[in-house]
Design a protein around this ligand. Structure first.
Ligand code: FAD
Length: 310
């Protein structure tokens, strides 16, 4: 007997009474708060389940505690920076884009500023203001929220999601709903609550899961160059990724050497490509052009000039 078989409800048979909720949203991060608020705004009876003791723990960490909310770049430019397969996201962004989230926050007490590169931050520089503003907006609509409720399984009936099973301090429970929205986040920083539960929940409903792998991460390097150069910060350099000896992608900007390897904005940008190549056992190398604005002749003259002067 499984731990759920002695629960009432519909694990095997049918229940004629209508489900108590139209929508159950799993996960109270930025996505779950917006999904729950919007569903309630449209008139649905909504339950938001969060396994941690409060909402938005990861959001509080973002942008080094400042939360880089969005960017003012136009849609096509924006998509280029998100994912190689951005067609999937285009549709969603055509309904709700950067100016919509900025307006929503502004109208709910979080003023914003635009910084270098079109990056949008809260004027207060506090990610907690972003979270408070989202919560304020959501709770204007009738959303029931339960913290410390971990969703353990989806309940499927006739190939459709019909509810879910949860675990809380009260033990195990089943809750029925017409639909379930999974907003369980990725699997980085599991201490914030997003530990990858959502992947197995989605897979149980028949979704194909693309194996999660790190992106926007610092990288370890072979040899002892990194520890020797540890702390060195390079500005206005161009780093190029070579895979099996072929130059594949480059990026211009800032990078630094760490105890174990390399980090900084351009390395984080290039890391998705390098991680995928390394996972495929490819030979991955990085070259750094320290003076990308100078051609060889100008560089030569500059070196001669500097050496003569010093
Ligand atoms: C260090 C760091 C800095 C970042 N900086 C930025 C930034 O400046 N700007 C930016 O746009 N993005 C940033 N990000 C990315 C951003 O944090 C995520 O994209 C965002 O938090 C995703 O929101 P989400 O609602 O999808 O998921 P999450 O915020 O991860 O929320 C998922 C929620 O689901 C809950 N949950 C998971 N499983 C269950 C379950 N089984 N039952 C119940 N609840 C469950 C979790 O507890 C969690 O509260 C940063 C990420 C990190 C790690």
């Amino acid at each position: 007997m499984t731990e759920f078989e002695n629960l009432t409800d519909f694990s095997g048979g049918r229940d004629a009474t209508p489900p108590p909720y139209d929508v159950i949203v799993v996960g109270a991060g930025a996505a779950g708060i917006l999904a729950a608020g919007r569903a309630a705004e449209l008139g649905s009876k909504v339950l938001l389940l969060e396994k941690m003791d409060r909402a938005g723990r990861k959001l509080l960490l973002t942008g080094k505690g400042r939360c880089n909310i969005t960017n003012t770049a136009p849609l096509d430019e924006f998509l280029k920076h998100i994912h190689p397969n951005s067609r999937f996201i285009r549709h969603a962004f055509s309904r709700f884009f950067s100016d919509d989230i900025t307006r929503l926050l502004n109208e709910n007490g979080c003023l914003t500023v635009i910084e270098r590169g079109g990056r949008v931050f809260p004027s207060s520089n506090r990610s907690s203001d972003v979270l408070n503003s989202l919560m304020q907006w959501m709770t204007r609509h009738p959303v029931e929220i339960r913290y410390r409720h971990k969703v353990t399984d989806l309940v499927l009936q006739d190939g459709r999601v019909a509810g879910l099973k949860i675990h809380s301090t009260r033990g195990h429970e089943m809750i029925r709903a017409k639909s379930v929205i999974l907003c369980t986040g990725g699997m980085a920083y599991p201490a914030t609550g997003s530990n990858g539960d959502g992947y197995s929940l989605a897979a149980s409903a028949g979704h194909t899961i693309e194996t999660p792998r790190p992106a926007l991460v610092p990288l370890e390097t072979a040899g002892d160059m990194a520890p020797r150069l540890q702390g060195l910060n390079l500005k206005n350099v161009r780093a190029a990724v070579w895979i099996h000896g072929k130059k594949t992608q480059d990026a211009f900007g800032e990078m630094l050497f760490t105890e174990f390897g390399i980090s900084g904005p351009i390395i984080l940008t290039l890391s998705r490509l390098m991680v995928d190549a390394l996972r495929n056992n490819a030979r991955v190398e990085l070259s750094i052009d320290l003076k990308p604005a100078l051609d060889e002749t100008k560089l030569d003259l500059r070196l001669v000039r500097d050496l003569t002067a010093n």
